[in-house]
Design a protein around this ligand. Structure first.
Ligand SMILES: [Zn+2]
Length: 138
């Protein structure tokens, strides 16, 4: 009887140890399989009304925004911004805001976000149009 209890206790201990090991292994596996954090991978356009539009960084696209909404082509009327996305770069190609500050802010790329004064953002304050380089674990 004593011996049986001892064996059972040992078995319980072994099972517990195995369960703990298995859990630890799972945690390690999850950490290993976690997607690697890297460069930003998408551009997010923020509109004046708080709406956003996400575009994968590898797409090639010209986006024309007039008075807070996307339109087919630029006419120079209203509050207009033309955003260009190409080969992982995004920049304000055209804007009829007073000082064209947004156009002067250069291109957002995986390299320039480290050194630009505005980091991952291009800001057109007068038109409340913002481009954000997002993703990469940020
Ligand atoms: Zn602007």
């Amino acid at each position: 009887m004593e011996r049986t209890t001892g064996t059972r206790r040992k078995l319980n201990w072994l099972l517990t140890a195995a369960a703990i090991l298995f859990a630890a292994l799972l945690v390690v596996l999850c950490l290993l399989l976690r997607p690697k954090t890297g460069a930003p991978d998408r551009f997010v356009i923020h509109f004046a009304d708080g709406e956003t539009l996400e575009i994968p960084a590898w797409e090639t696209k010209t986006i024309v925004i007039r008075d807070g909404r996307i339109v087919d082509s630029a006419t120079g009327e209203g509050d207009e911004n033309v955003i260009r996305i190409e080969n992982g770069r995004a920049w304000m190609e055209q804007a009829n805001c007073p000082h064209h500050e947004c156009m002067r802010q250069g291109a957002l790329t995986a390299e320039t976000v480290r050194s630009r004064p505005l980091g991952t953002w291009i800001v057109c304050a007068p038109h409340k149009v913002y481009i954000e380089f997002a993703g990469g674990g940020q």
